[in-house]
Design a protein around this ligand. Structure first.
Ligand SMILES: NC(=O)N[C@@H](CC(=O)O)C(=O)O
Ligand SMILES: [Zn+2]
Ligand SMILES: [Zn+2]
Length: 347
């Protein structure tokens, strides 16, 4: 029986590090990762190359000396985004991608896109320059059931945009449905990130014996058939699927509220959880593809040279249930079972 696996250092292709005291509190928990695509949904959002460069510098300053995580920056697409600024920021190596949030779809998305035709010139310029577009793929139409918003987004928004701008490289972020999996499998030059928590929870977990705010994220977890489709995709080795934890810390005060906000904080225990998932699926040999190879290939960069080792021990790995963040606390994602896989870094 396999009790250890050595893999190239993983990358996180969808990460929220926030800013200020929260950034200071959470940055080191992503220290096992080599590179991370940093989400731009700050308040106010990161909309220009200059803002992305300044945010990158704040992240680097917040990382402890021993942590070598390299932040790969993104811009938050708005209807006022200047195509020339995007192309210049990419050419200068400041940004790796642009993020599209439909206005109102998720945390801090008020400045997102309402009229997709208005961003057509930016998307055309991105296709020309080979800059990936990352989607939060949910429609915001309140008449669409929240559990259907990803599937409807694919039909109403994603597919038309891809047809209108055929050269555009796109990543469907944090897919949560078999519809998302199937769309990826039916298309080329497309990638999809899958989170850690969507491999663990289905929608029942959010309402098990009461409302569980720490399992509420967007896109919201779906029914069990979808979770199983995600596990199959993640462990398949198919190069179009890669890890984006979507680790999204919020103060407990903001989540444990009459209107709790969306996001699961999975950075501290992600690799232990994933090793267990891949072991359960009989696919430990595919863990490296999902966490360390596929995403780098999609983004056109070499995988990390150094390695980490995951070792299954008899005693569970220890991780905090909460971390302090300034005057607040942040709850760490609870997978609901002990984690026997320990991370050894370096391998
Ligand atoms: N995933 C979430 O539930 N929340 C993210 C936003 C996002 O990625 O949609 C956040 O910024 O908190
Ligand atoms: Zn999102
Ligand atoms: Zn996110």
């Amino acid at each position: 029986m396999t009790t250890s696996v050595t893999i190239r250092r993983p990358d996180d292709w969808h990460l929220h590090l926030r800013d200020g005291a929260m950034l200071q509190a959470v940055a080191s928990f992503s220290g096992h990762f080599g590179r991370a695509i940093i989400m731009p949904n700050l308040v106010p959002p990161v909309v220009t190359g200059a803002q992305a460069a300044a945010y990158r510098d704040r992240i680097q300053a917040a990382l402890p000396g021993k942590v070598t995580l390299r932040p790969l920056m993104t811009l938050y697409l708005t209807e006022a985004t200047d195509p020339a600024d995007v192309v210049a920021a990419h050419a200068q190596g400041i940004i790796s991608a642009v993020k599209l949030y439909p206005a109102g779809a998720t945390t801090n998305s008020a400045s997102g896109v309402r009229d997709f035709d208005k961003v057509r010139p930016v998307l055309d310029a991105m296709a020309e320059a080979g800059i990936p577009l990352l989607f939060h793929g949910e429609v915001t139409d309140p008449s669409v059931d929240i559990f259907d918003r990803e599937a409807v987004f694919i039909d109403r928004v994603l597919d038309p945009i891809r047809r209108a701008t055929p050269g555009l490289r796109v990543v469907m972020e944090h897919i949560t449905t078999s519809d998302g999996v199937d769309y990826v499998l039916g298309n080329e030059s497309i990638g999809a990130t899958i989170t850690t928590h969507h491999l663990i929870i289905n929608r029942n977990h959010i309402l098990a014996g009461g409302i569980r705010p720490h399992y509420y994220c967007l896109p919201v977890a779906k029914r069990e058939t979808h979770r199983l489709a995600l596990r199959k995709a993640a462990t398949s080795g198919d190069g179009r699927f890669f890890l984006g934890t979507d680790s999204a810390p919020h103060p407990d005060r903001a989540k444990e509220s009459a209107c709790g906000c969306a996001g699961c904080f999975t950075a501290p225990n992600t690799m232990s959880i994933l090793a267990q998932v891949f072991e359960e699926e009989g696919a430990l040999e595919q863990l490296e593809a999902f966490t360390s190879l596929n995403g780098a290939a999609f983004y056109g960069i070499a995988p990390n040279e150094d390695r980490i080792r995951l070792v299954r021990r008899d005693t569970p790995a220890e991780y905090p249930t909460h971390i302090p963040a300034g005057d607040e606390t942040v709850t760490v994602f609870d997978p609901g079972f002990p984690l026997y896989w320990h991370v050894e870094d370096p391998a």
